[in-house]
Every structure is written in structure tokens, then in C-alpha cells.
Design a binder for this molecule. Sequence first.
Ligand SMILES: *[C@@H]1O[C@H](CO)[C@@H](O)[C@H](O)[C@H]1NC(C)=O
Ligand SMILES: *[C@@H]1O[C@H](CO)[C@@H](O)[C@H](O)[C@H]1NC(C)=O
Ligand SMILES: *[C@@H]1O[C@H](CO)[C@@H](O)[C@H](O)[C@H]1NC(C)=O
Ligand SMILES: *[C@@H]1O[C@H](CO)[C@@H](O)[C@H](O)[C@H]1NC(C)=O
Length: 481
Amino acid sequence: MRLPFICSVLALSLHASAWTHPGLLVTDSDIARVQAKLAAQKEPWVSSWAYFESLSFSSSSYSPNAVSDIDRSTNGDVLWHDAAAAFNLALRWRVTREEEYAKAASAILTAWGNTLTTFSGGDDRYLSAGLQGYELANAAELLRDYAPFVQNGWDAFVDMAVNVILPLNFRFLNHEEGSEHNVRHFFANWELAQVASVQAISVMTENQTAWDFAIDYFKNGDGNGAIGNAISNLVDEPGTGTLLGQGQESGRDQGHSALDQQLLAAIGQQAWNQGEDLFALNDSLILRGAEYFARYNLGHDVPFEPYTNGIVSYTDISSASRGATRPTWELMYAHYVQIKELEAPWTKAYLNNTLEYFGGYEKGIGYGEGSGHYDGVGWGTLLYRLEESDLEVLKQGMTATSQVLASSSPVSSTSAVIPSPSVTAISRTTPSTSPTVNSSTDSIVSTTTGTIAEAKTTKSPLEHSHGHGPHTMHSGGHCKA
Ligand SMILES: *[C@@H]1O[C@H](CO)[C@@H](O)[C@H](O)[C@H]1NC(C)=O
Ligand SMILES: *[C@@H]1O[C@H](CO)[C@@H](O)[C@H](O)[C@H]1NC(C)=O
Ligand SMILES: *[C@@H]1O[C@H](CO)[C@@H](O)[C@H](O)[C@H]1NC(C)=O
Ligand SMILES: *[C@@H]1O[C@H](CO)[C@@H](O)[C@H](O)[C@H]1NC(C)=O
């Protein structure tokens, strides 16, 4: 960490010189890594890829079902199904370079670009605009150099994204929705989805103003999509005194808390790939929130500070859907444990738990029915897992990037992330979750059925494995030497 000053200065000016493309949840270096793992016949990438390919949403015979109006409670599934297919097909093309997949993805994005004009159905329209907004923009970002899409579909898609989706995202974050009784009325996942969508659409369109808004809102906003409200309290971990982050939805239920983890990881990654390190904000507050969630959802106690936003009040953490998991933890583990070299025992254990639940690799969008399976793109094992050799390459790339940055040249920044398969920590007597989908909410609801043994931890969460305290985080996304 020799360049903190230079890095923080350059992080502010990075976009003046360059945007990274594709630079949302997936970068070219992520794609190259997937290609290399598959070429080398490595597990669990091969199994994960085979499963990914088996989904109808990854098939080139998928055809779009675009409609002019989306009302989440009646036809929201039409949009989230097509968003899943657009993303999976764009990813499949990027990895295989077989044109049939790009063609199918392009047809979906173009159809929605030409057809979607409104979201209706009251407040729920913001959920569709936020969640499917960031997914669709991620698909378009992967397809942005497929010439037939650029020539025939890009303008219509961008026009729709900027004029139909983005205004809803802004309206919600600017607290212009009349049903909002105070600025912290809506649960965190609602606003986090809008932040993710603004980020994604602004990278896709290279809109610096919109990007700055999203980043600033996440850092300093007054609603629950700002990091300091999404993680509402810091509490001491029993036994260690390590600060853990109590999530805004902790008193509500764990299914929605799991969604918040998923969205926080996505927001962090979309920023990281543009050279903005939201993961490091406030002494890694996203990680503190992940550690709190994971510890509780693995069956351990956590302190709970009474919470109210003036609409709801909670005096205890909610055990509803305890054990809920979503494809989130490969990304969290890779970023914080492998790239940042922080200790995060509960996150590590939750990755293990998640992998057991999914059967060896994190699945992704389209892996099951019900809205909760469509709130993020997932595929964490494919996209983010790092072996030691990958980590070496990544770190060399980051060092090289720092040097380029130091000379103020335009730069295509490197991607981030991914965990080693060597997770250890918990032993359980039975699988802990059997998820069901609550169709009246936006969450996957899981019920804990097993007993969970004590996790073995040797260091405090967040303790730097090389002996520095948790206050020595690096300031710039790609400045870690
Ligand atoms: C860029 O984003 C701003 C909001 O920050 C929006 O008003 C504007 O229309 C966007 N510009 C383009 C070209 O999309
Ligand atoms: C994060 O850190 C900044 C800078 O120290 C501070 O101004 C801000 O209040 C902090 N936010 C939270 C949520 O802790
Ligand atoms: C999870 O941890 C247990 C205990 O260390 C281990 O036996 C198991 O293989 C791990 N599961 C995965 C999927 O890594
Ligand atoms: C599903 O969500 C509704 C609305 O929040 C709630 O009333 C109901 O209890 C939930 N059902 C389950 C099984 O969690």
C-alpha cells in the first residue's frame, strides 16, 4: 500500500479518462478466467457451466415476450424471465463466442427496447424497475460490442432504459414517491435495487452525472439505500468484540436480509469494476453486515439494537426464514478474503453453507421459480471464484494498473474477485435450508431444519491476515499493491 494518496486522487478522476467495458458484474478478465477453467476441464466450473447451459434461459431458442406495460404483481415474471435469458445468453456468447447466443440475447433486449413504455401497479413498479433494470443493463453491457445489436437494437434499448427505467430509479431515490411517509420508509432492498440500476444504466450509457449520483447516494444518501442506513447499527460480536453490522431488515426477516446482502455485493462489484471501492467504505461496512447476517443465519446469536424508521419498530432480530441464502457469497468471499486479505470467518462459513445448499457451485438467475430467484444474476462460482494462480495474476494486474494510473493515462481497469475452494468452518448435521418462495413478497423464504454446530474461528472477523488492523483498508479500487 504505497500509493494511497495517488490512488484516492486518481479514483476521483478515473471516469474523466475512461470507462471500463464490460464493467458491471462481469469484466473481460472474468470471462477469460471462465474460458481457461473450462478449457482445462476444471471443477466446479465444468459442472456449473453444464448446469448454466441446461437452463431454458441459456438456450438460443429462447424467444422474447416483451410487453408494453409491466405490473409486477400480474406480469412481472414476463420481464424477469426475459431479463434472465438476456443475461444468460449474453454471458454464454461472451464465453463461447458462438453467435447464436448473441443473436438471441440481442433479440430480447431489442424487443424490450421497442416495446416497454410503462411500469404500473403502484409502489411495486420500483422493484421491477430496480431489480430488472440492473439485470437488463448488465446483459446489454455484455453485448455492447456485438455489431448487429449495436446497429439494430442498442439505440432502442438505451432509449427505453434511460426514459422508462432510469426516471423511476431517480424518482424513488429522490423521495418523490408520494406513498413514502419519510425518507427511510422503504426497506433497504427497495432503494438498493434503484442504486444498482442507476449504476448499471450509467455505465452502459457512460453517463457521468448519473454515475456520480448513484455513488454519492450510496455513500451519503438519507434513505435506506445508503450504506449507513442499509447497515443501521454496529454491534459487538459476543466473545470477540469485533464490530458487526446489523442490517436494516434484520428485524423483519432473513429472506429480505439475504436480498440486501445480494444487492450490496452487486453494488460493490459494479463500482469496483469502475475503480470505485465501495467495498472498503467505512471500514468495510458491507463486510461487517455480511458477517452479522452470516453468523446469525448459521445459528449463532448476535446482539440486536432496537430499530425504528417511524413506520416499523423492532426490538429483536427476526428468525423468520433464518438460513435463507442467495448466490452472493462467492463474490463476498473472493473480494474480502482473497483480494483484500481480510479475515471473514462467517462469510467464509456462509459460502460453504451456500455451496452445500446449491450442490457444489453457486447457481444463477433462472435457477428456480418465484421472484426471489430473479433478483440478481448470480453464477458466483463461475464468475468470481479464484484459485491461487488467478489471485497472482489479478494482483499483478492491479499493480500494473496502479502504475498506469500513476501516469494518468486512460486505462482499462482490471476486474476483481473470487474465492478459493478451501472453505472450512461449519459442520452441520443436516442441510439447514429448504427454500420455498413467498410469491407475495420479493424474497426467497427458507426454513431452518437442521442443527448447526459451532463454527471454528481462529481470528477476529475483519482482522487483516497480514497483521494490520481493520483500519488499513486500501482506498482505491485497483490500487492495492
Ligand atoms: C444522464 O443522467 C441524468 C441523471 O443524472 C439524466 O437526467 C440524463 O438524461 C442522462 N443523460 C443521458 C444522455 O442519458
Ligand atoms: C463513513 O465514513 C465517513 C468518513 O469518515 C463519515 O463521514 C460517515 O458518516 C460514515 N458513515 C457511516 C455510515 O458510518
Ligand atoms: C464445508 O465444510 C465442511 C467442513 O469443513 C467440508 O467437509 C465441506 O466439504 C465443505 N463444503 C464445501 C462445499 O466446500
Ligand atoms: C409471505 O409474505 C406475506 C406478506 O409479507 C406474509 O404475510 C406471509 O406470512 C408470508 N408467508 C410466508 C410463508 O412467509
